[in-house]
Design a protein around this ligand. Structure first.
Ligand code: NDP
Ligand SMILES: CC(C)=CCC[C@@H](C)[C@H]1CC=C2C3=C(CC[C@@]21C)[C@@]1(C)CC[C@H](O)C(C)(C)[C@@H]1CC3
Length: 418
């Protein structure tokens, strides 16, 4: 089948075979990590301590808890609080509208959880429920992706994503066929990208911190650092929620298994790996080392935020005094490319900042185990692959101007290395 643009979009992720392998490998990896994080040896590459049976994974109560969580986040999404932003222009020249109230949702969730805990909700029991909850999230992602695939069968061609419409059901199920699946104004992809998974991640971290306090009298310094760093990251994402409207996930990728599973299951249950590891493997951390790690996180955040804000300010208004003095390359589309400031150092300075923060999230776990460095390893692979996808898209969009940008800024992520 031809892509919605009329030409065949190149297959990504290794085509249908790659998609099939990833659909098995990603959930298997997530369950492996959940199991080994609580095992004594905590070996990333070793076998899991046991294979959980259906009685461990399947629990109607956990399914209910999971749906209550999704329902709460959906209700907060629908609250008429905050502004409404317009997304990027679509093929039919229209723009969709999105509620910008993610930060309010985070604060309200924190208030509700705080009230529930003071009324006796045992949040510290959550770490024991991670396996059945992760199973509920994975099942939801599979069923949801199937419904999204079926919904796309009746969607107009103009609503389909550039990729994800190859005609191969496995590949299209994985990548997602419809670009912005919605029911009325409820946008499923945008909702999932920032709410249940990201806020769920900090809630799981908090539960692990509380469980550690119950077990050992007080949370460790390492646990405080991991919680603080990751809360900053999630708070920042929700504070700058509007910026997600220009990411490739929203503007280019369809909504299929990759993003549904990534947003709902992978993010909360594997991004909380460092805190899971620390609960079962306490690590001594002195103040001098903790200070060094805080500096590393601050440097990473400074680069990540500086680069992302510079680009979004420039894209919104190139004459803004904060970016007006930067050098640019004109392109045939009428848009310009920044070639000085953060975007003149490497072609993806925001990825560099993100990777430095990933290192800072693992360092509090010490260097005795490889397991807490899983996020850094996976994230490096994800960003290298994402960078290559983005470069292909920019080459298609900007042609010669992109070649000129690559000539002027030869390194992709790490200056003088890559
Ligand atoms: N924690 C996680 O799991 C993940 C985090 N991320 C983070 O999400 C953020 C967004 O990432 P992502 O969407 O991949 O990509 P970017 O925010 O880097 O956006 C890439 C786009 O920026 C524009 N652009 C590129 N170069 C220039 C330039 N020199 N001047 C002006 N515009 C330019 C182009 O779009 P255009 O010209 O159309 O504006 C390009 O397609 C990053 O900070 C990343 O680290 C991403 C994935 C996973
Ligand atoms: C391995 C797998 C299942 C792949 C799916 C990838 C997703 C987990 C990621 C794709 C892009 C993401 C982004 C964020 C989280 C991870 C996913 C969903 C993000 C929301 C994290 C916070 C950042 O500040 C961000 C808003 C820039 C970012 C957007 C992309």
């Amino acid at each position: 089948m031809a892509s919605p643009q009329g030409s065949r979009a190149p297959l990504e992720f290794g085509g249908p075979l790659g998609a099939a392998v990833l659909m098995l490998l990603l959930p298997a990896t997530m369950f492996h990590l959940l199991l080994v994080a609580r095992s004594g040896p905590a070996r990333l590459l070793g076998p899991p301590p046991y294979l959980p049976g259906p009685e461990v994974l399947w629990s109607p109560q956990m399914l209910l808890l999971w749906f209550t969580w999704l329902g709460l986040q959906a209700a907060l999404y629908l609250l008429p609080a905050g502004k409404v932003a317009e997304g990027q222009e679509l093929k039919d020249k229209s723009r969709l509208r999105y509620p910008i109230n993610g930060f309010q949702a985070l604060v309200l969730t924190a208030l509700l959880v705080g009230l529930a805990v003071s009324a006796g909700l045992p949040l510290g029991a959550l770490p024991e429920m991670l396996l059945p909850l992760a199973f509920a999230a994975t099942l939801t992602a599979f069923i949801f992706s199937l419904l999204l695939y079926l919904k796309a069968l009746v969607a107009p061609a103009s609503a389909l994503a550039p990729g994800g419409n190859s005609g191969n059901p496995i590949y299209d199920f994985f990548l997602g066929r419809e670009l912005n699946p919605r029911i009325w104004s409820f946008d499923f992809k945008y909702f999932c990208e920032l709410r249940p998974g990201l806020i769920g991640w900090v809630l799981i971290n908090l539960a692990l911190l509380m469980q550690e306090a119950e077990l050992r009298g007080s949370p460790s310094l390492a646990m405080w650092l991991v919680n603080g760093f990751q809360l900053l990251y999630v708070g920042d994402a929700l504070w700058h929620e509007e910026a997600v409207l220009t990411t490739m996930d929203i503007t280019h990728d369809g909504f299929g298994f990759m993003l549904a599973f990534g947003d709902l299951a992978w993010v909360p249950f594997t991004y909380s790996l460092q805190a899971q590891f620390l609960l079962h493997h306490p690590q001594p951390l002195g103040l001098p080392m903790a200070s060094v790690i805080c500096v590393i996180n601050a440097v990473g955040y400074y680069i990540f935020r500086g680069a992302n804000s510079q680009k979004s300010t420039f894209r919104k208004n190139p004459s803004d005094p904060r970016v007006a003095g930067l050098e640019t390359i004109p392109t045939a589309t009428g848009r310009q490319l920044l070639v000085s400031g953060w975007w003149g150092m490497v072609r993806h300075p925001n990825y560099l900042g993100d990777l430095i923060m990933a290192l800072a999230w693992s360092l509090p776990c010490g260097v005795s185990h490889l397991l807490p460095y899983f996020y850094l390893l996976y994230f490096t692979a994800l960003l290298v692959h994402r960078e290559a996808r983005d470069e292909q898209q920019c080459l298609r969009k900007y042609g010669l101007a992109w070649h000129e940008y690559c000539r002027r800024v030869p390194y992709r992520i790490l200056p003088y290395v890559y």
